[in-house]
Design a protein around this ligand. Structure first.
Ligand SMILES: Cc1cc2nc3c(=O)[nH]c(=O)nc-3n(C[C@H](O)[C@H](O)[C@H](O)COP(=O)(O)OP(=O)(O)OC[C@H]3O[C@@H](n4cnc5c(N)ncnc54)[C@H](O)[C@@H]3O)c2cc1C
Length: 222
């Protein structure tokens, strides 16, 4: 094995914990590298919390407009333009990613874009997104590798299911220039990913049902 590059702190994954840890360690003067394979800043600002709330906000606005009549505002032609909804969301995500890249730079943490895997104790090989590999070892290695969507083993589902990633990028034929229905209020349930998605789709175009697992029928917000 070639001699690895040495850092004091190596953080794998730039999610909620990883990005703060990398920035703090670097700021404290430790030679720090953070490896991220795709979502700079983690899933929350890229594909989960913030983009879903961004699109739910668009759905809320549509709801308000569509429901404006009883309040004395006459709306003659309201429709949802999903291309604009998605574009607004992408712009926000791009801004958040740029902010994160900047934070790493300012704090002195090296951001390495690629997929990391261990090849020896405290030593990882990174398959760089731009091609090639780097071998790094560290006194301390921290893992913040997050989670990924799980598609349950229901026949046919894997080929057709949308996870949150595809859902938040939908702007095409399914939604094109649709007129919003009146969604029911979802209240606090907005923080629950599936309910957030249902609220978004329900407010945008479709009649929604939410399936809960038998052992999780009691929804956490009740
Ligand atoms: C639709 C949706 C909405 C949500 N809304 C909210 C909300 O409103 N509020 C809330 O508190 N939570 C919310 N969550 C949950 C929240 O997004 C997660 O709990 C949180 O982002 C997890 O953070 P993390 O740091 O553990 O992982 P992540 O943010 O997933 O970070 C892990 C990172 O590691 C990278 N990675 C993984 N393996 C490797 C590897 N081998 N090499 C290099 N990089 C790697 C990944 O690309 C990823 O960027 C939501 C979740 C979903 C699905």
């Amino acid at each position: 094995m070639p001699k690895p590059e040495r850092v004091e702190v190596l953080v794998l994954g730039s999610g909620a914990g990883g990005k703060l840890l990398a920035s703090h360690m670097a700021k404290a003067g430790r030679r720090t590298a953070v490896v991220e394979r795709k979502w700079i800043g983690g899933s929350c600002p890229n594909i989960n919390c913030l983009p879903s709330k961004n699109e739910v906000k668009s759905a809320e606005v549509a709801h308000t407009v569509y429901d404006a009549g009883p309040f004395g505002t006459v709306v003659t032609d309201a429709r949802v333009d999903m291309t604009q909804v998605v574009s607004r969301k992408r712009k926000m995500v791009e801004g958040l990613v740029a902010m994160q890249v900047d934070a790493f730079r300012t704090n002195g943490a090296e951001l390495i874009l690629g997929q990391a895997h261990f090849v020896a104790l405290k030593t990882v090989e990174v398959a760089l997104n731009d091609g090639g590999t780097r071998l790094l070892s560290a006194d301390r290695v921290f893992l913040d590798l997050g989670t990924r969507p799980h598609v349950p083993p229901i026949p046919g589902l894997a080929e057709t299911a949308f996870t949150n990633i595809e859902l938040l990028e939908l702007e095409g034929s399914l939604f094109a220039n649709v007129r919003p229905h009146r969604p029911k209020r979802v209240g606090r349930a907005g923080v629950v990913a599936g309910i957030g998605a249902a609220a978004l789709l329900g407010a945008s175009a479709l009649t929604m049902g939410v399936l809960l697992r038998r052992d999780r029928r009691k929804a956490p917000w009740r």
